[in-house]
Ligand binder design. Structure first.
Ligand code: ASP
Ligand code: MG
Length: 429
């Protein structure tokens, strides 16, 4: 029996009852003969509450203090969980990210893990303990300040520890039964996926699927760590995310599975659209626009340039970006208006993106046409389109998104016969 890393999200440890329930599950794994490392998130909506609190005290808190504050959330749950496990007669020790050897760069609020040196975790395990680690946090290599990894970062902590400790699997426990063919909060007939390849999972995560963070899947793929996403509420088999098309069950061992043509439909309403109107249609224009945006440290997603009107020689360029960066982008472009030479800017935050993802797209030519047909049958107008080898995305009105997701899900035969998609917890905050 090898080492397993288990990660429990905030909704799984939302209250004392949740912590006790999770403690029982952890002890089960230990009794089955595993060495167990647990990564835990802050209880319920604690992180959001801490953010609200900071905003009441200061509109622009320093990154260092903000991180110090936020990491308190995970410290609360790790200590309580260790206590609950001890209460069940097993030994457990809790560790902060820094104590667990999670070394990051010094970019506060969205630090990147650059090394993991889990010496103390190894020792704790060798002495027969269950090791509990606070997720979402580390310590910066040069300044030795406490950092956080960005929202939802505990998943990344878990995979990084699994890689450093050469774990057999990284189990991510959440409030749904696994990865679904669409967000079960929107599509009642979404189906649980038994197995999904890293590359499809990466596309889903990049397209707005919230069940696993993009960075966490990237990390898992790089170190080839299988992830098992499952519910801490139900005990059912969840979704295996790995390079090998197989699932592992305790009863049947490893079982090969077939790769689906379409893995799922993702949606995202967190983006906005900027249109630069009246740009001279000559070489170098796009370069200045996107240099301006890049210099403002804004990541963009889709780009569309329209054909220019022959009479004016002017064109429009639209791009999408996180809503949170909208103000910054508009300000940066306005400031450089003379240098770029456009007429005006339009900003639209009432958009949504729907993406169809599946490796089978590469070899099935009809997919794009079927996707557009489903959208048109649902009366949904398409504003932007972008594709990769295994994904096709469109931007629509935000109001149309839920309807569009359901229509596409049905059109590609992804609906399940039963309403099996259960959401066990979480406020979706
Ligand atoms: N507690 C942090 C958050 O809510 C980290 C996590 O849950 O993974 O973003
Ligand atoms: Mg959380």
């Amino acid at each position: 029996m090898g080492l397993v890393v288990q990660k429990y999200g905030g909704s799984s440890v939302a209250d004392a009852e949740g912590i006790k329930r999770v403690a029982k599950r952890i002890v089960e794994a230990k009794k089955n003969g595993h060495q167990v490392v647990v990564v835990v998130s802050a209880m319920g909506d604690t992180t959001d509450e801490l953010i609200d609190l900071a905003e009441q005290v200061s509109p622009m808190p320093s990154g260092r203090e903000f991180d110090m504050l936020l990491t308190a959330g995970e410290r609360i749950s790790m200590a309580l969980l260790a206590m609950a496990i001890k209460n069940l007669g097993h030994s457990a020790q809790s560790f902060t990210g820094s104590q667990a050897g999670v070394i990051t760069d010094s970019v506060h609020n969205k630090a990147r893990i650059i090394d993991v040196t889990p010496g103390r975790i190894r020792t704790a395990l060798d002495e027969g303990n269950i090791a509990i680690v606070a997720g979402f946090q580390g310590v910066s290599q040069d300044k030795k300040d406490i950092t956080t990894l960005g929202r939802g970062g505990s998943d990344t902590t878990a995979v990084a520890l699994a890689a450093a400790l050469d774990a057999e699997v990284c189990e991510i426990y959440t409030d749904v039964d696994g990865v679904f063919t669409a967000d079960p909060r929107v599509v009642k007939k979404a189906q649980k996926i038994d197995w999904i390849a890293f590359e499809d999972m990466l596309e889903l995560a990049a397209s707005g699927s919230k069940v696993l963070l993009h960075r966490c899947v990237e990390y898992a793929r790089r170190y080839n760590i299988p992830i098992h996403v499952r519910s801490s509420f139900s005990g059912l088999q969840g979704t295996w995310v790995s390079s090998e098309p197989l699932v592992k069950t305790q009863q049947q061992g490893e079982k090969p599975v077939e790769q689906a043509i379409i893995s799922g439909v993702a949606h995202d309403t967190s983006e906005a659209k900027v249109t630069v109107v009246g740009v001279p249609d000559k070489p170098g224009e796009a370069a200045v626009i996107f240099r301006t945006i890049a210099d403002a440290e804004i990541n963009i997603d889709m780009i569309v340039q329209n054909v220019s009107a022959a009479s004016t020689g002017l064109t429009d360029i639209s791009f999408t970006l996180p809503k949170a960066e909208g103000r910054k982008a508009i300000d940066a472009l306005e400031k450089n208006k003379a240098g770029i030479g456009f007429d005006s800017l339009r900003y639209d935050d009432q958009i949504g993106k729907i993406s169809l993802v599946g490796a089978g797209m590469k070899t099935n030519p009809g997919v794009t046409a079927d996707f557009f047909k489903a959208l048109s049958d649902a009366g949904v107008n398409i504003e932007l389109i972008s594709t990769s080898e295994i994904r096709i995305s469109v931007v629509t009105r935000a109001d149309d998104v839920n309807e569009a997701v359901r229509a596409v899900h049905t059109a590609f035969g992804l609906d399940s016969d039963s309403d099996e998609a259960v959401v066990y917890g979480g406020t979706g905050r």
